[in-house]
Design a binder for this molecule. Sequence first.
Ligand SMILES: *Cc1c(COP(=O)(O)O)cnc(C)c1O
Length: 389
Amino acid sequence: MNYSIPYGKQFISQEDTDAVIEALHSDFLTQGPKIAEFERNFANYIGCNFAVAVSNGTAALHLALLAFGIKKGDRIITSPITFVASANAALYCGAEVYFADIDRDTYVISINSIIQLLKTHPKGYFKAIIPVDFAGYPVNLEEIKTLAHEYDLLILEDACHSPGGYFMDSANTKQNCGNCNFADAAVFSFHPVKHIAAGEGGMITTNDETLYKKLLILRTHGITKENMQLDFPEPEKQGVWYYEMQDLGYNYRITDMQAALANSQLKRAEEGIIKRHEIAKKYRKAFDATSIKIQKYDSNYFNAHHLFVIEVEDRKGLYDHLRECGVFAQIHYIPVHLMPYYRQFGSKEGDFSIAENYYKHCISLPMYPTLTDKEQDYVIEKILTYCCK
Ligand SMILES: *Cc1c(COP(=O)(O)O)cnc(C)c1O
């Protein structure tokens, strides 16, 4: 048997295909009814008031920061263990990026390193923080909110890995990732390796109506037909064609075809999470009582399991061995502060020792709803024979 098993993979059903074809045959290829329908359903799924669909997750990060008013000279905080886009979005706004180290066991940004960073700078030095629900592990935003309140920070949750994840807050209430009960806004991605595939696509969620209206305008060039700023004395100059560009926005629109696909995929989101949890449970059981370290498992934190990450002694060896066996594991992530582009701002090896040590040992195993039992058994066997011989 010749296996070829990736770390993540989308699943397109007949229903998904039909939904896209229907959108193709409709009057709208873009800016049609499927977008609003997807936004409504997604807001419902996450449990927030507003959702704005955009062209990808990176555009979602950029627009959210713009709507926060992040500009040149501002400073934001994020985790070094994330996809580069979480940090890049701040650079797009002309802001500077500061990193805080991760937690050794959960791999998400550590509260203590955030406190260290905040305490060693004057109040008001940082404008916003972008916590990332890494691998699907929910950041405790209630704790971050307390700090944000004290230090006047805006919170943008990067929930690209965590639709369907949640944590239990101090009142034992379930807080869905991206519901914005503690954050000012959250972002999601619909890239095919993520939970919900649109081809390319992204979403910003928020409960703040002012922010929501800004996002709608920024998504399409800063153009609007509502709340005109200019006052024309002669009404004949303002026909129904009239619109105003009130801000410098972008073309970050998603198409109706993509929204139709994502909307159809959303119907299987719950099912997908259940499958991911079955897979995670089996991995946990297989690696229990071995030298293999897994991401922290805590019943108060429901991991959405975009990834299943383990740490092993000989990571390079295991990665190469798995490749030879047709198992294409992946490394998430090379710390952002060590990227050549980020080193120009002064960061270097040794700055964030926990993140750097994590990076030396981490490897993401196959994790997607259509991974079969047989395939997972094969992956586990290859890992155990290599690491625990
Ligand atoms: C995928 C991802 C993004 C960017 O999403 P795109 O849709 O690929 O632009 C941002 N942050 C994280 C953590 C991601 O995994």
